[in-house]
Design a binder for this molecule. Structure first.
Ligand code: FAD
Length: 358
């Protein structure tokens, strides 16, 4: 496994102990960079897997990219890191992303600024999985571990300890960290610092970040796989939509290495998701299914439906700087929300925080 390029993180002569909270792409790029600089790093993740919002859902009919749909590459450091994991992603020829009018008619045949779209293979979580491998192999990833509180270490007041909950509500204390780096969405980082009665200046900045929720609907139509009838509905595979309920649709089965069964992922708009954040799943499913039929013309009943509520999905107002870091107290924060709402923003933010803290 090749090392990630770490432009300024030279090997340190005084290794320190870092806790990185959150195993999304920001946390992984941060943890790997620190580890490659010679530090001891523990990555703590509340769920049972890595990838965060680059997650994939498995179904009887194939996988769905439930969060990020594709990624683009503008930063050379991200490109260099991608070059270390060439098997984990492929270009996605979405036969051009369409822009639809509110009735589902194609208003633009491509995006105003077309860019190459890349997707993880065989599913979107392949890239974070690959990059997390050295951390997992070194036994440095704690899954099912939700950080509840950051406290002064009971035995060494110059260090931090983390109070966590886990599977079966097991409460644990993880002591002895020189620094704690939060790679979690800004509202969750703010809440954690508030619970810990720490860093009010950070909390103020984190509270100014605005991240919209996103209701996501996943649909499978196995009945569409028939000779001479390759797929249902429109000829395009992905579209930005201006329908009042739907902002994005993609034919999952058009992505490389995803299997042939016709599957769609539908993302509700930030405004609609915010308005319906508290609705129950059945109600959301019914409303989004109706909108999906209006936009695509597909009125067949799906054999598989699943909805997912993302409480913190897309950054509307970012922090405006790559990370937060206070060297004096050994606290930092990173995530896509520092710079924007894209996978690449998460990678760059995690990298920049690690370079600052190393
Ligand atoms: C529906 C949707 C569609 C998207 N589409 C695209 C797209 O097409 N292109 C694109 O580039 N980007 C897209 N994105 C954004 C992209 O997914 C994110 O930019 C990126 O994955 C964010 O990575 P991150 O590491 O900053 O945060 P996350 O991936 O959110 O990682 C944070 C991690 O922290 C964990 N965590 C949170 N709190 C705690 C705690 N207290 N203790 C322990 N662990 C904790 C979480 O479980 C999670 O694993 C989309 C996102 C969503 C939700």
């Amino acid at each position: 496994m090749r090392a990630m390029p770490t432009p300024r993180a030279t090997k340190t002569s005084t290794p320190r102990r870092f806790a990185v909270v959150g195993a999304g792409l920001a946390g992984i790029s941060c943890a790997r960079t620190l580890r490659e600089a010679g530090h001891e790093v523990t990555l703590l993740e509340q769920s049972g897997t890595v990838g965060g919002r680059m997650t994939s859902r498995q179904s009887t009919f194939g996988s769905f990219d439930a969060g990020a749909q594709y990624f683009t590459v503008r930063d050379t450091r991200f490109q260099q890191a991608l070059d270390t994991a060439p098997q984990s992603f492929r270009p996605w020829s979405a036969n051009a992303v369409r822009v639809l009018d509110p009735l589902g008619r194609v208003a633009e045949a491509s995006l105003p600024k077309p860019e190459r779209h890349w997707v993880g293979t065989p599913s979107m979580d392949a890239l974070p999985r690959e990059w997390a491998e050295p951390l997992k192999a070194g036994g440095r990833v704690e899954f099912d571990t939700q950080v509840e509180r950051i406290e002064t270490d009971a035995l060494d007041p110059k260090r931090w300890q983390l109070r966590t909950s886990g599977a079966g509500d097991a409460l644990r204390v993880h002591p002895g960290f020189d620094a704690v780096l939060l790679a979690i969405p800004a509202p969750q980082a703010a809440a954690l610092l508030e619970r810990s009665r720490l860093a009010p200046a950070f909390v103020q900045k984190l509270r100014a970040v605005d991240i919209a929720p996103c209701w996501t609907l996943m649909l499978a139509f196995p009945q569409a796989v028939q000779p001479g009838l390759p797929h249902l509905g429109p000829q395009w595979n992905a579209a930005l939509s201006t329908h009042h309920r739907i902002a994005w649709l993609a034919r999952e089965s058009s992505k490389p290495q995803r299997g042939a069964v016709e599957r769609w992922t539908v993302q509700a708009s930030p405004a609609w998701s915010t308005e319906h954040l508290g609705d129950d799943e059945q109600r959301v499913e019914a409303k989004l299914l109706k909108a999906f039929a209006e936009v695509t013309g597909i009125r067949a009943r799906p054999n598989h439906t699943e909805v997912r509520r993302w409480r913190h999905a897309k950054t509307l107002a970012p922090l405006g700087q790559s990370h937060l870091w206070d060297a004096h107290i050994g606290l930092g924060a990173c995530g896509d929300w520092c710079l924007g709402h894209r996978v690449e923003n998460a990678f760059v933010s995690g990298l920049e925080l690690a370079l600052a803290a190393a």
